[in-house]
Design a protein around this ligand. Structure first.
Ligand code: ADE
Length: 373
């Protein structure tokens, strides 16, 4: 099958050769800019395959600043593939608590076990073999192959797509798989063979700093402005053109923060689906009235000494949001009903992973604990 020409995919009024010519002019100025301006980031100090892999998984969907402390703590606790493969599930979830997208952590461990079985505990220096591991897509396989092993393959993330949509002044939707594929094949043919890891990171770095997603790009400082079609046309902020956002589904819940001097009532989420297997404050669908919350507590056999309404909270996931009302029930003693567990204050913080969707309520629980002091 012949592939669609790039000028069609990218909706550009210039010949394909011109697109390749522009892309081929990017590496030299970009890499020299990168070598002078790259941020000091902990995963760049020691770009061993395991380190690069862990950092790239953490950096998917999470900002660099937020990742730093997680990265350090994770590598201290689980310094190599073997330690990750053997880590107890609760430890792994606890190390990931707050980063979100917990399936990334589960896949990380699944891949670590595959690496133990298939590759003697070492990440394989091959793009295809990496791609075959759990949680590795084209981006992660490309990032690890290029940064850790110097294999010349692209690593196309949202930063790279944004940079190229501006450099080429392409108004195609960068979320479209065809555009990602087109960008990948353009890079595959034009990337430097000698330092592919630096080149991939330089593209990401430019997209994260000067050519960032929010606010106007800093073209005055950009090493690519002389060849950037969007800049030369005078409208760099017009790219990338965004497809209209899909509405997020909203779910209403009432969260029950049931506490006693001993501890807190938690419930484990189902083993499949969103936040699988993690622990939550028990909740009911909908924003319940005072009578309804009293009835629910009664059904659980909970007799609170005091009951307050908590400040509502919202948590946004990719495809939906939770709008949460909250009730604090302060009890002398809790006899957990079936399906709920009383965990000690200490255990809530050290053993049970409560995802950040509930962090407002976890804070409220800890603040209310003071009442027992
Ligand atoms: N985002 C994804 N990969 C990155 C890297 N290696 N450095 C900085 N930000 C990144």
């Amino acid at each position: 099958m012949t592939r669609k020409p790039l000028n069609e995919i990218l909706n550009l009024p210039i010949p394909e050769e011109e697109i390749f010519r522009i892309a081929a002019a990017v590496p030299e100025p970009l890499i020299s800019w990168y070598r002078q301006n790259a941020r000091d980031l902990p995963w760049r100090e020691n770009p061993e395959p395991y380190q690069v892999w862990v950092s790239e998984i953490m950096l998917q969907q999470t900002r660099v600043e937020a990742v730093k402390p997680y990265y350090r703590r994770f590598l201290e606790a689980l310094p190599d593939v073997a330690a990750l493969a053997d880590a107890p599930e609760e430890q792994l979830m606890k190390l990931w608590e707050g980063l979100g997208y917990y399936s990334r952590a589960r896949n990380l461990q699944k891949a670590a076990r595959q690496i133990m079985e298939r590759h003697g505990g070492k990440l394989p220096p091959s793009y295809e073999l990496l791609l075959d591991l759990a949680g590795f897509g084209e981006y992660t396989a490309g990032a690890v192959a290029s940064i850790a092993f110097g294999i010349p393959v692209p690593a196309v993330d949202g930063n790279v797509l944004r940079v190229f949509s501006r450099v080429l002044a392409s108004d195609s939707d960068i979320m479209a798989p065809a555009v990602r594929k087109g960008c990948r094949s353009l890079l595959l043919e034009t990337m430097p063979q000698s330092c592919p890891g630096d080149y991939n990171q330089a593209l990401i770095e430019l997209g994260a700093t000067l050519c960032a997603p929010n606010g106007p790009p800093n073209c005055m400082a950009c090493p690519l402005s002389h060849l950037c079609r969007a800049y030369l046309n005078g409208n760099p902020s017009a790219f990338p053109v965004k497809a209209p956002k899909k509405e997020r589904r909203a779910e209403e819940k009432t969260i029950f923060v049931v506490i006693s001097p001993e501890g807190v009532l938690l419930r484990q989420r189902p083993n499949e689906g969103l936040l699988a297997g993690l622990w939550e404050f028990p909740w009911e669908e909908g924003h319940l009235s005072k009578e309804e919350t009293g009835k629910t507590l009664g059904e659980w056999g909970i007799v609170p000494k005091k009951r307050h309404t908590l400040r509502p909270a919202k948590h946004i996931f990719t495809h939906m949001e939770w709008r949460m009302a909250g009730v604090l029930a302060v009890c002398e003693k809790i006899l957990p009903p079936e399906g709920l567990r009383l965990v000690t204050w200490e255990e809530m913080e050290t053993v049970y992973t409560v995802p950040s969707a509930f962090s407002a309520f976890q804070k409220a629980a800890l603040a209310a604990r003071e009442e027992f002091a």
